[in-house]
Design a protein around this ligand. Sequence first.
Ligand SMILES: C[S@@+](CC[C@H](N)C(=O)[O-])C[C@H]1O[C@@H](n2cnc3c(N)ncnc32)[C@H](O)[C@@H]1O
Length: 437
Amino acid sequence: MNQDDIVVSLFAGAGGFSTGFAQAGLKPLFGADINVDACKSYELNIGSACYPLDLSIADPSLLQNLVGGQKPLAVIGGPPCQGFSTAGPRNSSDPRNRLIFNYLHIVDRLSPRWFVFENVEGLLTSGGGRDLARLVREFVGLGYSVRMQKVNLASYGVPQTRKRVLIIGNRLGIDFEFPAELHSFDSGKAKKASGLPMAPTLDDAIAGLGPAATAKGAAVRYASSVPLNTFDALMRQENEAGSVTQHVRAEPAQRTQIELLKPGQTMKDLPPELWHESFARRANRRVCDGTPTEKRGGAPSGIKRLRGNLQSLTITGAASREFIHPTEHRPLTIRECARIQTFPDRYQWAGNSASIIQQIGNAVPPLAAQHLARHLLKLDGAFGSDLQAPRPAAAQLLGFVLTESSGMSPALQSTAMLLAEMRQQRLMFDACKTATA
Ligand SMILES: C[S@@+](CC[C@H](N)C(=O)[O-])C[C@H]1O[C@@H](n2cnc3c(N)ncnc32)[C@H](O)[C@@H]1O
């Protein structure tokens, strides 16, 4: 195996990130994740080992041994968001913080040319922004030039709006941009009209799957022998079976409510007497400042019927319970959720339904990962760079984009200030160095 094209996936899950990197021509050397089902799924599909390790305590030298002296092109992955403690940024004995430190220590040991760190947007304001600022400072301290951006993955062609924070770093001293956006998007909740073609819609994403089965474990043949659209064709690639698994309709408990829901509507749009008991309790809950959660806009909306002609809302571990099919009176099937996450139809999962939907909801969509991987390869020059010769520079925070909107919440403002200070200090340091040279 050429060490120029190997990647190691930390917090690898079922392998969404690795699938995209493999589709771009890279070689996932191995993954590591604490969840045994996720590791099994990874191995079933990626074709390399996934070690069931607790990365909060795993010694980085263990990972170094597994790499066996090779220098990976990239380390990919990101710890789960709970890893970002708000309990005090200097408390390195907090086991949740160890996830971040171990990620850093492993990157340090494996010394990849690039790392790609993915996380939820909550990371931006965790610990008043200090967690993120510290994380970036640590990456820079390891010698990486870093850029950070909040990206809606629909702009990379995923048929779902999914905001994620991406931190990319390289130890080559290369300044770089994030990959170009390819699509406009609109899920009703998040939208961006950039003049680019629309991302595939939910209808596009699930076209061709055929009617969902009623029996668990059944394989369902495609609706037609030829794909119904480009996205359908993409999903069918390498699925020689001509059928899919995990496309099974669940009999919903809330059938009356589901029948009343129109596309785009949620439980909140139904009369309160029809609200499910636990939904009513959560919707009326008051948070500590006395404001009902509903008034804060944060009330859970329970079941929601998605719109077929838009992109889906974000797929999470609750999607196969809460997201109702645009036209049928049932929740989405696991396979439909997998397609919206851009997992190809050949993908198989280990574990029960609850474990599988969690693995799917956790994943980096392979299509977005593929777009990132191709961009990295271009930057790295491994496939023949079309860039200007890189300007070597000392490791630094090259730039950050925390939001695309004109306004910022006070929480985001304090994060932006911390990061701007870091950049300012760097510029002053460089200016001093030039002056004394
Ligand atoms: C956001 S998911 C990553 C998904 C993955 N990147 C993908 O594309 O499929 C986070 C993963 O971290 C794993 N995880 C949580 N705590 C962990 C720990 N202490 N050690 C190793 N893995 C852990 C979870 O099991 C989960 O699979």
